[in-house]
Ligand binder design. Structure first.
Ligand SMILES: C[S@@+](CC[C@H](N)C(=O)[O-])C[C@H]1O[C@@H](n2cnc3c(N)ncnc32)[C@H](O)[C@@H]1O
Length: 279
């Protein structure tokens, strides 16, 4: 049994939702789609008949999973933000895909049937939660015997540029780290994914790590964009002033405007856990 869920915990999502963030989530999918798909292939997504996506955002990966499963399958995709569910519901899956059912729900209280899913997927949600272990235990409880849990999450401290940019490192040191400490989340939770699987009674069957590097395109500016969106919240928490935050972001933008600068985006970890231990 898992600890009783606490609906208020970790539900203060710090980024915009719905139409305001859909383009950024598309960039996230472009950048981190390959490692996510590789982990899902390792979890045998094509053979799955029922799949859950926890914290589905605008449904980018739910639609991809549905396309791999075929028309007899079913994807249940939940998110805590109604605006995400609203946008996701407006984007049709590819013809011939599994059906996708979007629901409002929390990672702590998914509201989905236990022991019913072949694959449960969760990307870039645990880093926003105060109790990721509690959420992973809930996800594990959704798995059929032999089912697979695929977790994808990051280490934001590993974001850097070549040649180096002091503004990037300063933003991490002066804003990202104090902010995560203040709101009690872990933006490097990717490194702890195997421990989280173990804590939920699952074995770790695969671990993958990916850190794409870009010299152009919107992908190159993903974290500048993300940090700009989150700055107001960091200022409200008192970890940085607006002037200093804007100065650091402007410094990053000046640096990365050059085609000679390459940006290594946050390192991403993907793990596949199996419920064999739950048999
Ligand atoms: C960075 S987005 C990732 C969305 C999607 N998984 C993807 O990879 O495109 C994080 C998502 O987690 C959702 N979220 C945050 N806290 C949550 C919670 N406690 N339960 C469920 N979803 C949550 C947010 O609303 C947001 O849609």
């Amino acid at each position: 049994m898992t600890a009783p869920s606490q609906p208020h915990v970790g539900d203060q999502y710090v980024l915009p939702t719905g139409k305001d963030d859909a383009a950024r989530l598309d960039i996230i999918h472009a950048v981190y789609g390959p490692v996510s798909r590789k982990a899902l292939e390792a979890a045998e997504i094509s053979g799955a008949s029922r799949v859950a996506d926890i914290g589905c955002g605008t449904g980018t990966i739910a639609r991809w999973m549905a396309s791999r499963m075929g028309p007899a399958g079913r994807v249940d995709a939940i998110d805590i933000a109604p605006q995400q569910i609203e946008v996701a519901g407006t984007i049709p899956p590819e013809t011939g895909s599994a059906s996708i059912h979007y629901h409002l729900g929390s990672a702590y209280e998914p509201g989905l049937p236990e022991h019913a899913f072949d694959v449960v997927f969760c990307r870039l949600v645990l880093c926003h939660l105060k109790e990721p272990g509690n959420a992973v235990a809930q996800m594990a409880s959704l798995l059929k015997p032999g089912g697979r849990l695929v977790l994808v999450d990051m280490d934001l401290r590993d974001t850097f540029t070549m040649p180096p940019c002091p503004f990037y490192q300063a933003y991490i040191d002066e804003c990202v780290i104090p902010y995560q400490t203040k709101i009690n989340v872990d933006y490097s939770v990717g490194r702890r994914l195997p421990q989280l699987l173990m804590g939920a009674g699952l074995s770790t069957d695969a671990v993958m790590v990916d850190q794409p590097v870009f010299r152009e395109g919107p992908e190159k500016h993903l974290w500048e964009k993300t940090w700009t969106s989150a700055l107001q919240r960091a200022v409200s928490e008192g970890v940085i002033t607006m002037d200093r935050g804007l100065e650091l972001i402007a410094g990053m933008e000046r640096h990365t405007a050059s085609p000679d600068v390459w940006v290594a985006v946050a390192k991403m970890f993907a793990v596949v856990g199996s419920a064999d231990a739950l048999r």
